[in-house]
Structures are given as structure tokens and as C-alpha cells.
Write a protein of this length. Structure first.
Length: 125
């Protein structure tokens, strides 16, 4: 009985070690950044996101300016993508008559998302 409990304990410890190693490796590949609240400047509404670095060469940051749509998913008004290691990407449109807009951003590397962020909604009328 004691031998089987000892074996079970050793197996559990080995399993935890393998899982911890997998999660640590995955966490190391994650990027970080900030999606800023949309703002008005010079008659235009801008969406902006900052990607903290450094990131692997070939990392792509895309920023989307989306409008709230009450009967379905948000509607994309503008977007811009740039291949950067770190930095800011900004996209803007002429100020709409009235809209509730948000910034949504995603960083990808080798086709996989490494960071995703969004802001709260801002109303411009």
C-alpha cells in the first residue's frame, strides 16, 4: 500500500513538472501592449495601440477602429497593420456624425495571435 502511494506521488509530481514547463514555454512567447481609447484630433477620430517590445522579427500589429452596432457584432470603420518589433500603430477617419467607437488591436507572429487588446467605447457626436 505504501509503495503504491509513493509511486502515485512521484507520478503526480512528474506530471506537474511537465505541465509547468509547458505553461512557462507558452508564456514566454506572449507579447504585451495597450489599446488606447479612441480620441478626436483635428476633425478626425483615431484608434491607436502600442506594442511593448522587443518581439521577434516579423511580428505584425493590426489596429481596428470599430463602431458599436446594436443588432450584431461591431462594424469596422478603419484598420491599419504594420510589421514592427515594438511601437505604435494608429489609424484615423473623419469624425462621424455620431458613433460609439472602440479600439481593437491584435499582434501576430507566424500566423498566431501573441497579444490582443481593446479599449472601452468612446462616443463622438
Amino acid at each position: 500500500m505504501k509503495a503504491s502511494i509513493k509511486l502515485l506521488g512521484t507520478g503526480s509530481a512528474a506530471l506537474l513538472l511537465v505541465l509547468a514547463s509547458a505553461f512557462t514555454a507558452q508564456a514566454g512567447e506572449q507579447a504585451s501592449g495597450t489599446a488606447k481609447l479612441p480620441y478626436l484630433s483635428g476633425g478626425k477620430v483615431y484608434a491607436e495601440a502600442n506594442l511593448n517590445g522587443p518581439n521577434p522579427v516579423g511580428t505584425k500589429l493590426c489596429v481596428y477602429l470599430n463602431a458599436l452596432y446594436p443588432y450584431g457584432p461591431d462594424v469596422n470603420l478603419a484598420s491599419k497593420c504594420a510589421t514592427i518589433n515594438a511601437g505604435t500603430v494608429k489609424v484615423g477617419i473623419n469624425k462621424p456624425t455620431c458613433a460609439s467607437v472602440t479600439t481593437w488591436a491584435v499582434a501576430t507572429y507566424n500566423g498566431k495571435s501573441t497579444w490582443e487588446g481593446s479599449s472601452k467605447y468612446a462616443v463622438f457626436c
